[in-house]
Design a protein around this ligand. Structure first.
Ligand SMILES: Cc1cc2nc3c(=O)[nH]c(=O)nc-3n(C[C@H](O)[C@H](O)[C@H](O)COP(=O)(O)O)c2cc1C
Length: 168
């Protein structure tokens, strides 16, 4: 399957996971860049404000040919209980170009259920899988196992889809 990993990362955790995923899948990788650069404490305060106000943060146009991918993995951090605002912009803006999606949400320990549901609404479709990874696992380089489990689940999903298609 032709896979693209699209990620947003403010402090580097999601980038690590996205790079590891892309490397293990042999997938392409695209980082979301914000039109208005985000730095330091003011960037974090703005992040919380945007999350609580349900605002998207505008990203620069994505040049990857999204329609060409069988699967697009969206990876982003949790901000104040919501999906990071730049990922919201991506999902809302490009929803018509996304074939199948799967999510990765990094966080500090809170539940990602609500954020995953929101992202599903922004994309307009159910994700194949949702993986949440806690910051402490990333910092300690303990992402190998959860990533293996996630990739195995995705492969099963694709095999099931294939079987259903052949049976039809
Ligand atoms: C502005 C801001 C808000 C955050 N809000 C939450 C939160 O509500 N719950 C949580 O578990 N972690 C929260 N975190 C922690 C991040 O989700 C976590 O560190 C994540 O891995 C950061 O990803 P990144 O390094 O790719 O930006 C927050 C971090 C920031 C900067």
């Amino acid at each position: 399957m032709k896979t693209l990993v699209v990620y947003y990362s403010f402090t580097g955790n999601t980038r690590k996971v996205a790079e590891e995923l892309a490397g293990r899948l042999g997938a392409d990788l695209t980082e979301l860049i914000e039109e208005r650069p985000r730095k330091g404490l003011s960037g974090a305060i703005r992040a919380i404000f945007e999350s609580l106000r349900h605002r998207a943060s505008e990203i620069t146009p994505v040049t990857a040919p999204l329609r060409k991918y069988d699967l697009i993995i969206l990876a982003a951090p949790l901000w104040a209980g919501h999906i990071a605002s730049p990922m919201r912009d991506f999902a809302e803006r490009y929803r018509e170009e996304l074939s199948q999606v799967s999510f990765v949400i990094t966080h500090g320990g809170s539940s990602v259920k609500k954020a995953a549901k929101e992202l599903e609404e922004f994309c307009g479709q159910h994700p194949l899988e949702v993986m949440d990874i806690q910051e402490v696992q990333i910092k300690k380089n303990k992402v190998g196992r959860p990533i293996s489990a996630y990739l195995a689940a995705l492969r099963r999903d694709f095999a099931d889809n294939d079987n259903t298609a052949h049976a039809a």
